[in-house]
Design a protein around this ligand. Structure first.
Ligand code: NAP
Length: 314
């Protein structure tokens, strides 16, 4: 039997509806909407799309979202000046700096800029203070993508407590917070990376397998315990026809999409995994919509926290 497909769009819409009602209550109380400042440096085409989607989604649920654009030639001082202005703004409760940053800013730029965001406005939970709070299971927000994965599992009634969870990927923005969020929900968690020996065998132990690698269709059926839940975080643009033909059968919707657009997005999980897994998140329309929904929820959470409303029903 093919795997149950976990519907990121439907779950994302559910979360957005919840945020919308709380956002209206916040606006009533505060006399202004909860505000998100987004900093975009340069013109990375994928980032342009992500940022546009985030701003549109924020507006749709009654949040304020302002875009601060900087050219690809911006210096570190320019970016830090914008972050400092948002830190001091009374209209902005939450700050997001879109990654990746231009390479010209240097290898350590992301860390330096994330560290400069005021911890109480750090909507992604990337500041070291918030990472520490996450480790101790007392963070009010955690990174959007792994938080979205948790929502996907919980709202799809997939048990986490007691499950064996394997996370492939150990980045600060996905793999590590993912592992901690699963651990806090009482999964037994293994984190894998490029030096893991016999990766497929480790992955095969998982009741819940999360792939956050950045390699198209890397996770094949031999990684999967039959019936396992497989969550695909990967976003890999494919512009080469041979790869599309290898992954998707003739006449499939994905091949048609490729023929129309000349490129498609595929996940880290091979489509053949659907024949073995019990449940699986698709790419697109899996984790992606949840990342945006969790950004909205996190914006509201930090706004409520700053306004002293955390813990109150509305
Ligand atoms: P990243 O920082 O590049 O981390 C990739 C991780 O995968 C690293 O820990 C790396 O191991 C591991 N890895 C790479 N090759 C491997 C291999 N052959 N075997 C085992 N592990 C391997 O990427 P990221 O930012 O975490 O993102 C991962 C993927 O998720 C990307 O496709 C990204 O676009 C996507 N993403 C999606 C969303 C969403 O909203 N859906 C959000 C964020 C990211 P080492 O540490 O040993 O190098």
């Amino acid at each position: 039997m093919p795997a149950r497909m976990l519907d990121g769009v439907a779950i994302g819409n559910q979360i957005r509806d919840e945020v919308q009602s709380l956002a209206a209550a916040f606006t009533d109380r505060a006399g202004r909407p909860a505000g998100l400042g987004i900093v975009l440096v340069g013109n990375d085409p994928a980032s342009e799309v992500y940022v546009r989607n985030k701003i549109k989604a924020a507006g749709e649920v009654g949040l304020r979202a302002d875009l601060e654009r900087l050219p690809a030639t911006a210096s570190m001082a320019d970016v830090l000046a914008v972050v400092d202005r948002l830190n001091r703004s009374d209209l902005h409760d939450a700050i997001l700096v879109q990654s990746p940053l231009p390479e010209a800013l240097g290898a350590n730029a992301e860390r330096q800029i994330f560290d400069a965001i005021s911890p109480d406005k750090d909507v992604d939970g990337f500041h070291p203070i918030n990472v520490g709070l996450l480790v101790q299971n007392r963070a009010s927000v955690a990174a959007g993508t792994p938080s979205g994965v948790i929502e996907m599992l919980e709202r799809s009634s997939i048990p986490i407590a007691g499950a064996r969870a394997v996370v492939i990927g150990r980045s600060d923005i996905v793999g590590k917070p993912m592992a901690l969020l699963l651990l806090h929900r009482h999964a037994t968690v293994t984190v894998c990376h490029s030096r893991t020996r016999d990766l497929a065998a480790v992955a095969r132990e998982a009741d819940i397998l999360v792939a956050a690698i950045g390699r198209a269709a890397f996770v094949t059926r031999d990684f999967i315990k039959p019936g396992a839940t497989v969550i695909d975080v990967g976003i890999n643009p494919i512009a080469d026809a041979a790869t599309v033909e290898r992954l998707f059968p003739a006449g499939s919707k994905r091949r048609e999409a490729f023929a129309r657009r000349g490129s498609i997005i595929v996940g880290d999980v091979h489509p053949e995994v659907a024949e073995v897994a019990g449940a699986m998140s698709p790419v697109p329309n899996g984790v992606g919509p949840l990342t945006v929904a969790m950004l909205l929820r996190n914006t509201l959470a930090v706004a409520r926290q700053r306004a002293g409303l955390a813990g109150k029903a509305r």
